[in-house]
Ligand binder design. Sequence first.
Ligand SMILES: O=C(CO)[C@H](O)[C@H](O)COP(=O)(O)O
Length: 210
Amino acid sequence: MTKLQVAIDLLKTADAIALATKVAPYIDIIELGTPLIKSEGLSVITAMKEAFPDKKVFADFKTADAGALEAEMAFQAGADYITILGATGDATISGAVEAAKKYNRAVVVDTIGVKDRVKRAQEVIKLGVEFVELHAGLDEQADPGYSIQVLIDEASRAGVPVSIAGGVNLKSIEAVKKSGATVAVAGAAIYGAEDPAAAAKALKEALLAD
Ligand SMILES: O=C(CO)[C@H](O)[C@H](O)COP(=O)(O)O
């Protein structure tokens, strides 16, 4: 079953926890967005894990160097997952994977900015990462003509565990599920909704439907 991950691209810990409180019943993974971590520091990770010990907390570091060190920082703060950029070298990813083994946590590779996302996903999965995020970031999504269908097609042919991030919403969730993605990541479709709990519930129900 495809899991649901909420990407919290807010800037304050209190706002992030308030949102997570509303949507937690429908969510498997709580992602702390890169701007949130830059704004609040590692303390937001600790606060979220303490508030939701039964949820997986995903620290979207988008690390480009010093993978082992940054992974240790994230895991010590309470993160279950850290993202490392797929565009970086294998040594950075492997360093983070070694740290993940030590803490019994996991590494996700984010393919933002990678030209051939499927090829890189197939390469980095061999390094021991848990899954690979097929990701069109907020700037790429703003390009005229952007369609999440590109990511959905890539997920269908990747042959390795992937998540899809970049415009997941109620319109696309069915196709995301059918692509075989391990995780569907929804940010604006939840935190930007008038009723985030209803939005998360609808996405979860779509993933659970036959
Ligand atoms: O990591 C991110 C940006 O770098 C976003 O959280 C991710 O792209 C989800 O975005 P959306 O709001 O389109 O669901």
